[in-house]
Design a protein around this ligand. Structure first.
Ligand SMILES: Nc1ncnc2c1ncn2[C@@H]1O[C@H](COP(=O)(O)OP(=O)(O)OP(=O)(O)O)[C@@H](O)[C@H]1O
Ligand SMILES: Nc1ncnc2c1ncn2[C@@H]1O[C@H](COP(=O)(O)OP(=O)(O)OP(=O)(O)O)[C@@H](O)[C@H]1O
Lengths: 215, 215
């Protein structure tokens, strides 16, 4: 499994580095603040202090040999753009960068980021759906394809699940966690849902929206 | 549809307020910085300037009548906790708050937040999986139930999809976006996958992990 370099150890960068480490991926964590490196030295394998807007420093800490680098520098837009641009010059094949805004995201892509993430923005959209629609979870897995965790609408409770009929309405019930069960599972050929269950539903935004509204 | 008050218009708060507004929910947006209120006055219906750590100010802007409030104050942990605590005193029935850390999340719950979100942390975890496992998307919809968007593993390409066999390995292929298609759709009774397709797969962390590894 390929090692990954994570630059910038704010909350986002730390989460990336820790989750990679938990999954068995070797991580090189870099930040220009010595106090941050100090604080994390217990939790992360390898931490280096470097200013990544400096090409020599980047090469010196060994980033040039990495196949994958995550630029998790947050509020300093200039440092984030400059670092990304240098990584692109070093021909790093897979560069991920955190963006603060759509404009920042455009610039990052222009200077060589292969993938851009906007954590606060994506999460804000997700929370908006949870708050207004009483879903337990809402995920846009693609442009107009969503997966929603919710209680089954009344009409689905206490009757044999008619998957063909739901399909006509653009809906598929993907998984179920029966009331009292500790985990989700796939559907059986014969499923009865009750109100205390949780289900995962898939479909387009509007099909799922119409469907869930009838809870 | 119930109106929602959003306090704190950083990147997360703005995303919540805008997405709610797009979905047709009435939003009262609040921030104590006049310049922020000024800048957003075009995009958000109703914006008020108030210091939400002041109970009188909270009551004055009308928050006491809301059924749902999102506390999106970020870096000022004290203001976030105090605001949440006051909202709880006002007996707001549904309080969502953004947390900076697990400890902050615990305190927010203790002072009355019904739901806590950690955007940078959740997104960091998600990005970690995308970077290391070459998935197109990775979502934990429950404790140990994940939905993953990916290219089909070689073994699934060019043959009739055997759902029963996959089920024995704990896997369900939930949706497919055939190469060249512009959108995802549900599976047909007879599906052939090819390498250029994208699929959404569901299962436990370890079942999906084993399965995707064989791409
Ligand atoms: N030139 C640089 N070289 C290396 N690290 C840098 C550089 N500039 C900033 N950083 C580091 O990036 C980290 C994250 O940046 P910052 O804290 O501004 O982001 P943030 O948006 O608050 O992050 P998050 O939302 O992830 O908490 C900081 O720890 C900072 O020290
Ligand atoms: N007491 C308060 N009353 C009202 N608004 C407040 C108060 N304290 C802070 N805010 C507002 O909360 C907003 C978000 O806070 P801040 O920018 O510190 O968070 P952040 O973590 O950077 O946010 P994000 O990650 O969402 O961009 C700011 O616009 C700030 O003005």
């Amino acid at each position: 499994r390929e090692p990954v370099a994570v630059i910038g150890l704010g909350r986002f960068g730390i989460a990336v580095a820790l989750e990679l480490t938990r999954g068995g991926t070797e991580v090189l964590a870099i930040d220009n603040r010595p106090d941050i490196a100090q604080r994390l030295s217990g939790q992360l394998g390898q931490i280096m202090v470097a200013d990544t807007t400096d090409l020599d420093a980047l090469v010196e800490v060994g980033v040039a040999d990495f196949g994958k680098v995550v630029v998790a520098i947050g509020s300093d837009m200039q440092a984030s753009i400059l670092t990304t641009s240098l990584l692109s010059e070093l021909e790093i094949p897979d560069i991920w960068a955190k963006a603060l805004s759509q404009e920042h995201a455009r610039i990052l892509k222009r200077v060589g980021a292969h993938h851009v993430a906007m954590p606060e923005n994506d999460m804000g959209m997700r929370i908006a759906h949870l708050v207004s629609d009483q879903m337990l979870d809402y995920v846009e897995i693609d442009q107009d394809w969503v997966l929603v965790k919710t209680r089954p609408p009344k009409e689905l409770c206490g009757v044999l699940l008619d998957e063909a009929r739901l399909r006509k309405r653009g809906i598929a019930v993907v998984s179920v966690k029966p009331e009292g069960a500790s985990a989700f599972r796939h559907l059986d050929s014969e499923t009865y849902l009750s109100y205390g269950d949780e289900v995962v539903i898939a479909g387009t935004n509007s099909d799922v929206d119409k469907f869930v509204k009838r809870v």
